[in-house]
Write a protein that binds this ligand. Structure first.
Ligand code: CA
Length: 337
């Protein structure tokens, strides 16, 4: 990113050094009236750089949530700050090249939620996705980053699952961690433009899943649900909990928390009924961890949380015209049947 920056001022605003290990993190870019302020932690010291207002986008268009005639699709989820492993899986499966550039042509890559929390390289992962999204679109492809329960948790100040590094970063920057992704930050605005559910061809993608309970309460209008979820980011939990809104959209049967396809699973007949109502043939979800990418209900449900969060192994799902495949960490394609 640095090559786009116009360096106006360089200042060390803090000389705090962490006594144990010197941490590095960032950048966090704050949008002010006439400028942007980029703050990073470099070896335990806060470095602030003033950027020209035009250095990065300050508004993000809401992209469509429905795509047709897509030739190839890949999906993975629950990266949880495990940047290095995610990069390895994407490289070995030819989604990106050695220089981390988009290599999936006109394909669509779906990140099915949960980049935040648990692991130590959340910021690196977010900026990587931020940049890759632009490259994908230029190449005629797409990168879709859907928000999972951990994105919504952090944005709603539920900071229980942060890696131990981030409270230190937050303290150094003298801001609450969720304020690093506030409405006047570049990544905060970018996150606030993201969907919760998208449909590509006949595949529906959502972090947790779609339950009958949710359909009964909220309907099946994907665009409307996405808009409702986006608007809820800046509503307080207390206010949302004052009505049934919170339990519908954020409860255990809501789209970012539902686990009903995996734990004590619902009958296949119920899956068929849900699929009919959402006008899809397959649902791709993350959120429930397995050792690999899994298929359930005769390929009607694919689970792509392959436990990348452990930082050891992970996979990617391919939905291609000739079949459905698990892409292993080393890049082998194994058909799901
Ligand atoms: Ca999750």
């Amino acid at each position: 990113m640095n090559k786009y920056l116009i360096l106006i001022m360089f200042s060390l605003t803090s000389t705090h050094l962490l006594s144990q290990e010197a941490i590095s993190d960032g950048p966090y870019v704050f949008i002010e009236e006439q400028r942007m302020l980029e703050k990073s932690v470099v070896d335990g010291t806060v470095v602030s750089v003033e950027l020209a207002f035009s250095s990065l986008d300050t508004s993000y268009t809401i992209q469509p949530s429905n795509f047709n005639n897509v030739e190839k699709i890949a999906a993975l989820s629950d990266i949880h700050g495990q940047y290095d492993l995610a990069i390895e899986i994407l490289q070995n499966n030819q989604i990106i090249d050695e220089e981390l550039n988009w290599n999936f042509e006109d394909g669509h890559l779906v990140i099915v939620g949960d980049i935040f929390d648990r692991g130590p390289k959340v910021t690196e992962t977010l900026w990587f996705i931020y940049n890759l999204e632009k490259q994908a679109q230029k190449a005629g492809g797409r990168l879709h980053f859907l928000l999972g329960n951990h994105e919504y948790m952090v944005l709603h100040k539920d900071l229980r699952y942060l890696h131990e590094k981030y409270p230190k970063v937050s303290k150094l920057l003298n801001l609450s961690y969720d304020d690093l992704y506030g409405k006047n930050t570049v990544l905060g605005r970018w996150l606030r433009s993201k969907h919760t559910i998208i449909k590509i061809n006949e595949h529906l993608f959502v972090h947790g899943g779609i339950s009958q309970h949710f359909i009964n309460a909220a309907g099946v209008d994907i665009e409307a649900i996405n808009e409702t979820m986006r608007k809820s980011i800046d509503r307080s939990k207390e206010e949302m909990k004052a009505t049934e809104f919170y339990s519908t959209y954020y409860g255990s049967a809501g789209p970012i928390w539902y686990r009903g396809y995996f734990y004590d699973p619902i009958p296949e007949q119920s899956i068929d009924s849900i699929l009919t109502q959402v006008k899809s043939k397959h649902i791709v979800v993350g959120h429930c961890s397995n050792d690999e990418v899994v298929s359930r209900y005769n390929n009607k449900v694919f689970g792509v949380d392959s436990s990348i969060k452990k930082g050891e192994y992970g996979e990617i799902l391919f939905l291609l015209n000739d079949g459905y495949y698990r892409g292993t960490k080393s890049g082998e394609k194994i058909e799901l049947e």
